[in-house]
Design a protein around this ligand. Structure first.
Ligand code: HMG
Ligand code: MG
Length: 300
């Protein structure tokens, strides 16, 4: 039968990945209410926001206020693409910082205006400085399966990048299917190898659900020994620089599946749906996840 973990950690990325692509500015108070409701649902690890250029991603321009006004519960990440982002994150009091790089050069260039190698070189002292200050460092690896510009990505390039991040001091790798193209065999194979070759790092899977393959990919990753998943309440999300990327796999649907499998997450599906209800009026995309639909129809 299947080999499954007893516990899984959900890393909620809705306030960051979920909202970064929204064209209309979501008000700071509404973001904070969403974050508070997610914390109330039992979420203990969350990406709050990004310290990126407000010219590139205007939606994240309120990053400082979001960090300062969020109650400290568990591990709260802020994204930082470079030294300036890390500096701003530290100044706001962030304790956990997520750096991000694409395996694919073309994607990295569009996303952070540098080649992958230039980004890695620039991040080396940034990570060293964060580690020296006792900060938990998460490294997000985009286009780990497919790239919107280069197509299929060679897993050996992903593994090499992951090893480089670990050598640089990263505590966690969040390995992403940015445009939701991976299949369960690819998911299993990559995560199994990463688990074997990098057994001492926190390993997290980040699936966008563009082709509705994310749940199958999560089940495959569970078999490979992954017990940390990035998910987004309401299935919100997408990277502005990855054409074709839609939302992340929905927190409420993943937690429901894990609940039915007897895997503990500490997260309450109904309360996640209530949090989705808090943000739903402020986002442009219709929310159509399985569990939220049941919740709206009073069937949960
Ligand atoms: P650049 O234009 O090359 O930056 O952009 P620069 O270093 O030349 O600086 C230009 C200006 O930006 C300067 O200001 C800098 O001070 C400022 P000016 O002198 O013109 O007034 N600047 C900054 N301001 C605020 N925060 C900063 C920062 N850095 C420079 N950190 C840059 C390079 C990286 C800044 C830009 O490309 C950028 O902000 N990109 C962010 C892209 C992004 O947020 N993408 C989405 C997140 S990643 C994602 O979603 C994928 C993930 O979910 C996993 C997956 O699904 O694949 C994680
Ligand atoms: Mg993403």
């Amino acid at each position: 039968m299947f080999i499954l973990p007893n516990n899984v950690t959900i890393i909620e990325v809705g306030p960051r990945d979920g909202l970064q692509n929204e064209k209309k500015q979501v008000h700071e108070q509404d973001k904070l209410a969403f974050i508070g409701a997610l914390q109330g649902a039992g979420i203990t690890e969350m990406e709050l926001t990004s310290f990126v250029s407000p010219k590139w991603v205007p939606q994240m321009a309120d990053a400082k206020a979001i960090v300062e006004k969020t109650q400290r519960i568990g591990r709260q990440f802020v994204l930082a693409p470079n030294a300036k982002g890390a500096e701003l994150a530290l100044a706001a009091g962030a304790q956990s910082v997520a750096v991000f790089v694409g395996v694919s050069n073309s994607f990295n260039q569009k996303n952070i205006n540098r080649s992958t190698d230039d980004s890695m070189q620039a991040l080396e002292p940034v990570i060293a400085n964060l580690k020296a200050k006792g900060i938990f460092v998460r490294a997000c690896i985009s286009t780990a399966f497919y790239c919107p510009y280069e197509g299929k990505i060679d897993p050996t390039a992903v593994i090499a990048l992951c090893k480089r991040f670990v050598a640089m001091g990263a505590d966690e790798l969040s390995v992403a299917d940015t445009i939701g193209m991976a299949n369960p065999q690819e998911s299993y194979a990559l995560f199994k190898t990463l688990k074997e070759e990098l057994p001492d790092v926190y390993l997290t899977a980040h699936f966008h659900d563009t082709r509705k393959m994310a749940m199958a990919n999560i089940f495959a990753a569970l078999q490979a020994g992954v017990d940390r998943f990035d998910t987004s309440a309401g299935g919100l999300g997408g990277c502005p620089f990855a054409p074709g990327a839609t939302g992340n796999v929905a927190t409420e649907d993943v937690v429901h599946m894990l609940d039915t499998l007897g895997i503990e997450t500490g997260v309450d599906v109904k309360k996640v749906c209530q949090a989705v209800g808090v943000i739903a009026p402020h986002v442009s995309r219709p929310i159509d996840t399985g569990m939220y639909r049941l919740f709206e129809n009073d069937q949960l």
